[in-house]
Design a protein around this ligand. Sequence first.
Ligand SMILES: O=C(O)CCC(=O)C(=O)O
Length: 245
Amino acid sequence: MNTQNINKWHMCSPKINIETIDSFREKGYSLLRNFYPNQVVHILKEKILEIAITHPEYCLYDQSTLSNEILLHRIYSPIYINNQIGDLLDISKLQFIIENICSEKVSLLTDKVNLKLPGGKGFPPHQDMQGSFKKYVDNIVTAFICLDDSNEQNGCLEIAGGLHKIGLFEVENRSIPEKDLKFMKFEKITQNAGDILLFDGFVPHKSGANHSNSSRICIVLTFNKEKTGNFRDLYFYEGFRMKYE
Ligand SMILES: O=C(O)CCC(=O)C(=O)O
């Protein structure tokens, strides 16, 4: 796809069907297949990897599960650093879809990149609303955008559908207690590069380590209802400050 075709893609209106809305409401998630064309995914990945070199202060590293090697694990606020990333992601298209699901206006709250390189760690079961989001908003919608194919081997996302309706399983800690986990059934959601998984801030989810030779890089955006306020700048500065405390 050349630049002209990428521009054409940006000009196409996003489509939303009733299944997407029903699945989100009933199961707490919806998978949007082939949302981004390959060329857009390719450029996004290039821009993300550029940030890892030019802005190490926005990067978080973690130890590999396979060796003592230290791996790039997360990049904070890529859209703040390079607004071309926001343009490529076409945030307004995503907003349109999420607004149809929520039946109200939403705004972008946070943006980050989760990089699960070969040997990279997984994420224990949690609900996103267990974190600091609950200080500001009553719920979020997360857009989990895969820039690589994700599968069981490289640690795709796993979701316990339907349980978003129950509320928080644990308020103090950012994980779900064993006693509740026993009753949860997690479904592995494999994604192709360019697919987006939208999920509710109360839906339990987790992912395994990357046991493969290929990376699993995902951009993770969160949106909140516009009427609850705009906390984007506050989150940006708070997140950045916390990293250095
Ligand atoms: O990247 C993943 O596999 C899970 C990410 C996640 O749950 C989080 O960042 O809160």
